[in-house]
Design a protein around this ligand. Structure first.
Ligand code: 3PG
Length: 212
C-alpha cells in the first residue's frame, strides 16, 4: 500500500537517485544497493533505460523501486507497468498525481514553497519531495516551511551529500533524504559496483550515526 511505501522510505531514511544508461547494469546495481544495506532506488526517467531498469530491479524482489523524474501521466503508466512501487516528480502536477491515484501507487511530488505544499495537500499528498533542496534554501527553508504545515513531511533531494546530510536528517519533518551521491552514474556505467556498494554502505553508516 501507499502507507507501507512511505514507512519503508522513512525506515531507510535514504533514497539513492539512480540515473542508469543501460538496463543490463540494473541487476548488479540492485545487488550493490542490497549489499550496502540500502534496498531502495529512485530510477529517473531521464534515460531511455529507466522502465527496463525498474523492471529488472522490481523482479529481484528485494528492492523498493521508485520511478523518478516522472512528468506525465503516460510516464506514470510506463513506470507502474514496469513495476514501480511509487512515483516521484520534480514538481507538483495534478495530472501526474491523479494518474498515480488511479493506478494505486504513492505519488511523491516536488514542492519547495508554501503555495506548492498547499497545492499538494489539496491533491491529497502530505509527503513531498523538497527539490532542488540545496538551491531552495536547504534545511533552514524546510524548517521554516514545516512550521505552518504540521502534518507535512519532506524528502529533501538535490545537492545533498555526506557534508550536509545531517542538516536534513536532524529535522523531525524530514521523512528521508534523496541523492545520487552514493550511486554515481559513471561508476555504474564503468561496472564498478563494488565502488557503488562501498559508497552506499558509507551513506548508511553515516545516516545511522546521525540518528537523533
Ligand atoms: C533528483 O533527480 O532527485 C536529483 O537530480 C538528485 O540530485 P543530486 O544529483 O544533487 O543528488
Amino acid at each position: 500500500t501507499r502507507t507501507t511505501v512511505l514507512d519503508r522510505l522513512a525506515a531507510h531514511r535514504l533514497v539513492p537517485v539512480v540515473v542508469i544508461d543501460d538496463a543490463k547494469d540494473a541487476d548488479a546495481l540492485g545487488a550493490a544497493l542490497v549489499g550496502g544495506g540500502l534496498p531502495v532506488a529512485e530510477v529517473t526517467f531521464r534515460t531511455a533505460a529507466a522502465a527496463d531498469a525498474i523492471r529488472v530491479l522490481r523482479d529481484r524482489g528485494d528492492v523498493l523501486v521508485g520511478a523518478g523524474t516522472v512528468l506525465t501521466p503516460a510516464q506514470v503508466d510506463a513506470a507502474v507497468d514496469a513495476g514501480a512501487d511509487y512515483v516521484v516528480s520534480p514538481g507538483t502536477s495534478r495530472a501526474v498525481i491523479e494518474r498515480c491515484a488511479e493506478r494505486g501507487v504513492l505519488a511523491l511530488p516536488g514542492a519547495v514553497t508554501a503555495t506548492e505544499v498547499q497545492a499538494a495537500l489539496e491533491l491529497g499528498v502530505s509527503t513531498v519531495k523538497f527539490f532542488p533542496a540545496g538551491t531552495s534554501g536547504g534545511a533552514p527553508a524546510i524548517a521554516a516551511l514545516a512550521a505552518p504545515f504540521g502534518g507535512v513531511r519532506f524528502v529533501p533531494t538535490g545537492g545533498v551529500g555526506p557534508k550536509n546530510l545531517g542538516d536534513y536528517l536532524g529535522l523531525a519533518c524530514v521523512a528521508a533524504v534523496g541523492g545520487s551521491w552514493m550511486v554515481p552514474r559513471d561508476l555504474v556505467r564503468a561496472g564498478d559496483l563494488a565502488g557503488v556498494q562501498q559508497l552506499v554502505a558509507d551513506a548508511v553508516a553515516l545516516a545511522r550515526s546521525l540518528r537523533p
